[in-house]
Design a binder for this molecule. Sequence first.
Ligand code: TRP
Length: 336
Amino acid sequence: MAEQVQRQRIFSGIQPTGNLTLGNYIGALRNFNLLQDEYDCLYSIVDLHALTVRQDPTELRKACLRTMALFLASGLDPEKNIIYFQSQVSAHAELGWVLDNFTYMGEMSRMTQFKDKAAKHADNINCGLFTYPVLMASDILLYQTNLVPIGADQKQHLEICRDIAERFNAIYGDVFTIPEGYFPKVGARVMSLQEPTRKMSKSDPEDTYIAILDKPEIIRKKLRRAITDSENSVVYDPENKPGVANLMSIMSALTGRSMDDISNEYSGQGYGKFKDAVADSVIAALEPIQREYERISADKAYLQQVMDSGRERAGAIAHRTMLKVRKKLGIAPWKL
Ligand code: TRP
C-alpha cells in the first residue's frame, strides 16, 4: 500500500471579540472550506488573546460560543478540520512563556499593532498586549504549521514568529517548522463601508461593517448609507472609486458575476438601485448561514461535542511539540 503523504498543515486564529463580519466570511471563512480536502487545518478561537484588552466575562463567554457556532454555520466541517478554543489547550500559554525568553524587548516595541493598540488603550498598556505576538507565535509553532492564512495587518507578526522559531532552532536543532504566509487565490478583500480604503473590521464602529448575523433590514440600511462618490457610475475603479469598487467586489464575490457584467447592468441607473441589489445579494448569501447558526447555537450537546473533540485533537499535537521542547530546554522531563 502506498504510504500516505503527510499533508501540509494550516493554522489560523480568530479572536472571539466583536461580531464576525461579511469581510471575515468572504475573505476567510468561506475559503476555509476549499482548503479542508487538501490541507490539515486547525482553526483556533483565540480567547487568550482577547484578554489583552479588558473584557466583560459574560460577553466574552457568549462571543466564544458565537464564534464557534458561526464557524460551523459557515460550513466548516469539524471532522475534517480541528476547531477548538486556544485557552483549552494549555500548551499555548506554556510555549508562550518559553518563547518569551527567546524574544527581545526591542523587537516587540517595534510591532506596529502594539503601538496602535497602546495608543488606543493608553490606560491599560499591559505585558500581555506587549507579548501578544509571542503567544501568536506559540499558536503557530505548537502545531508545526506550514502555512498561515493572514491579512496584511498580521504580516509583521508572522515575520517575528519566523524569527523566534529560527532563533530557537539555531540553538536547539530542528524543533519548529518555519511557517509561511498563505495568501488564497480566491477571495476579495472587503473594505469598510464608511472608509473604503481601510479593511472592514469588527473592531470599528457598527456602521462601517456588516455582521454575518445582521438582520436583512440592517444590512440594507448599512449598504444604503455606504460611502460612494458623486459620479453615479457603477464602474470598477478601486483607485478613484474605492466605495463603488468595494460594493461591486462584494456582489461579485457572492454571486460569481464579473465586474463588467455588474457594471453593464447597473451603470446609469443611480447608486440607489445598485446598492439595493448589493443588499439583495448579501442578504441571500447570509440568510442560510443565519438559519444554520440558530439551529447550531440551540444544540448545546453538539457544540459540546465539537468543543471536546477539538480540544483533544489539538491537545495531542501540541503535547508532542511540548515534549520535544521540554527535552531540548532541559526543564523537568515528562518521563524519567
Ligand atoms: N492576531 C491575529 C488577528 O488578530 C489572530 C491570531 C492569533 C492568529 N493567533 C494566530 C492568526 C495564529 C493566525 C495564526 O487577526
